[in-house]
Design a protein around this ligand. Structure first.
Ligand SMILES: *[C@@H]1O[C@H](CO)[C@@H](O)[C@H](O)[C@H]1NC(C)=O
Ligand SMILES: *[C@@H]1O[C@H](CO)[C@@H](O)[C@H](O)[C@H]1NC(C)=O
Ligand SMILES: *[C@@H]1O[C@H](CO)[C@@H](O)[C@H](O)[C@H]1NC(C)=O
Ligand SMILES: *[C@@H]1O[C@H](CO)[C@@H](O)[C@H](O)[C@H]1NC(C)=O
Length: 395
């Protein structure tokens, strides 16, 4: 009797406790331990990334949030865009959260918490034109990632964490989910380029994790595998080639420009990293399709030729050749991809490594974060600092 009651109790417990892991987005506890030991040892190249982080104005404990009731991205014809305020505060929250984990000094966590609480008690919606969805996607996943790092901090009151969850759900997730379901009312969802979908997927996945909502998390994984729009990985990396024994994957935006193609690769890496830390290996999905896309995009952006297949969609878009517009765009995206595919899995990721080096060379030998790549939104599309956070081996 006693043992069968115990059994029933365990079952109830198992069904009411989320299977989601914390911290389990871009970084795990093991990752933070590695970062801290590399910084303590002043090991290169991690220390270069650390120095970039602590020199960045966003990582100072004196940073103050500038919360807004309504964020505008894109013009609705009436209101001026103001979303720069949000992406600066999100970058600050992430930078401060990292410093807290590595420096073990609560003043950084307190400063991050002040940013989370300021926004969750002020923000009610994101508006503008269809670009509002980009803000909800990109800053949604970034904000949730910053919060996940500080989630275990005793100085962030449970009630305030719930308020932050509510903001993520009501303001960000609601837009993310609507976008993936309706694509702004377009008859054919292929009208929206891959980056639009991918940032919604990343946001829903990360909000699902932060809010302990497995339904949301699974929805994001399913969309990545079989969604109707270009955020489905089979559409994001839609044709592959065998070149000198290596698989290269053309990106859905390769014929548009390289700024967006490199953004897509960065988002795919973020999605796969978060899922990996939840026990789902999307990096390996479809014979490492993300790696094929990364190798293709990196190879072209560091200066080599790649094969290309004409791309058309119902917009109508007709892209007969690969676009050299913004070729060589610098985004702090490939430390994550190279660490996973090359260092962890032992796979060939040569061009991803070259792109990583080209990017880190531009900031002195390590990836920087928001603020190190200009003041425009593109410089805040990634959380960055990947040399410090993802690098597994020095060479
Ligand atoms: C998870 O989120 C979905 C979408 O908002 C919601 O319908 C559902 O009730 C949530 N589940 C839990 C356990 O909160
Ligand atoms: C970029 O591509 C265009 C064709 O779209 C071509 O005319 C131009 O020469 C190329 N520029 C470079 C620097 O390769
Ligand atoms: C590295 O950066 C320096 C200075 O910014 C530049 O002169 C050099 O060409 C770069 N090297 C590579 C391989 O990108
Ligand atoms: C990029 O930085 C790494 C160290 O993080 C260094 O090994 C590599 O040489 C750098 N690449 C370039 C082109 O400077």
């Amino acid at each position: 009797m006693a043992s069968s009651l115990k059994y029933v109790f365990c079952l109830l417990l198992a069904s009411s406790v989320s299977a989601l892991v914390h911290p389990g987005m871009l970084h795990t506890d093991d990752d933070f331990t590695r970062m801290q030991s590399k910084v303590d040892a002043s090991a290169t190249p991690w220390i270069i990334g650390w120095d970039l982080l602590i020199a960045n104005s966003h990582s100072q404990p004196t940073y103050t949030a500038n919360p807004l009731p309504i964020v505008y991205r894109g013009s609705d014809g009436v209101h001026a865009e103001n979303y720069g305020t949000l992406y600066n505060d999100v970058a600050a929250a992430y930078a401060l959260a990292l410093r807290w984990k590595i420096q073990d000094d609560d003043e950084f966590a307190d400063a991050a918490v002040a940013i989370f609480n300021a926004w969750s008690s002020t923000l009610t919606s994101i508006q503008g034109d269809s670009d509002a969805a980009l803000a909800a996607g990109i800053y949604g996943y970034e904000f949730a990632n910053a919060a996940e790092i500080v989630r275990s901090y005793s100085g962030w009151a449970a009630a305030d964490q719930v308020k932050f969850q509510t903001m993520l759900h009501d303001v960000f997730f609601s837009i993310n989910y609507d976008f993936l379901n309706r694509h702004d009312g377009q008859t054919d969802p292929d009208v929206y380029f891959a980056g639009w979908d991918l940032c919604q997927v990343a946001s829903i996945m990360s909000i699902g994790i932060f809010n302990d909502n497995e339904t949301m998390y699974e929805y994001a994984v399913d969309y990545f595998k079989s969604g109707v729009g270009n955020g489905n990985v089979h559409k994001a990396i839609w044709v592959t080639y065998d070149v000198d024994g290596e698989t290269l994957g053309q990106c859905q935006e390769s014929g548009r420009d390289q700024g967006h193609s490199t953004l897509d690769i960065g988002l795919l890496g973020v999605i796969a990293q978060m899922a990996y830390n939840q026990g789902d290996d999307l990096f390996a999905y479809e014979s490492n399709l993300i790696l094929a896309g990364s190798e293709y995009t990196a190879k072209y952006n560091v200066g080599y030729d790649v094969p290309y297949t004409e791309y058309t969609n119902s917009y109508p878009t007709d892209e007969p050749i690969i676009s050299n517009y913004s070729r060589g765009s610098l985004r702090p995206t490939d430390e994550l991809l190279y660490a996973h595919y090359h260092d962890l899995k032992g796979l060939d990721a040569w061009y991803t490594g070259l792109y990583r080096d080209m990017v880190n060379n531009s900031t002195g030998g390590a990836e920087g974060g928001g603020g190190n790549y200009g003041s425009d939104s593109g410089g805040y599309d990634q959380l960055g600092y990947g040399t410090l956070t993802f690098r597994l081996s020095a060479a």
